[in-house]
Ligand binder design. Structure first.
Ligand code: AMP
Length: 125
């Protein structure tokens, strides 16, 4: 893949401890923190600690250990925040990649949103 990682992006600075974050969960390979502009009562961003630009970049190039660590952390956060769809009205996971999706921060992140009705997946343009 031809992705180029910009290590000056804001999430890279959070990972280096250069700017603060409101940590929700941290593992060996994954960090989760509250979004600074929450769009729902639960709005957690989950990021790998490795230098991946988008979800497809992460899925293609991360190690099996990183992939599993990320996925298990997502599950743990959903359970911890009480938004799993088996015991609550559920949640939405979103990962924006590139210009069409209006990705603002070029470090792969998964938005976990819940705690209120979220409407349909996409607004009509
Ligand atoms: P995206 O458009 O998918 O790249 O989303 C980037 C998200 O990062 C937005 O929801 C922002 O509110 C969030 N964000 C930007 N800076 C910070 C920060 N310092 N701490 C937490 N969330 C942030």
């Amino acid at each position: 893949m031809a992705y180029t990682y910009d290590d000056q992006n804001i999430f890279a600075k959070i990972l280096r401890g250069e700017i603060p974050n409101d940590t929700v969960m941290e593992t060996a390979h994954t960090l989760a923190f509250n979004d600074i502009t929450p769009q729902a009562p639960v709005h957690v961003l989950v990021i790998p600690k490795g230098p991946y630009v988008t979800y497809d970049h992460f899925c293609a190039e991360a190690s099996d250990v990183e992939l599993v660590d990320f996925a298990r952390t997502v599950a743990a956060i959903c359970a911890d925040r009480g938004v799993t769809a088996d015991t609550s009205p559920g949640f939405r996971a979103i990962s924006n990649a590139g210009d069409h999706a209006v990705q603002e921060v070029p470090h792969f992140h998964m938005h976990l949103l819940g705690g209120r009705p979220l409407g349909r997946m996409l607004a009509r343009a």
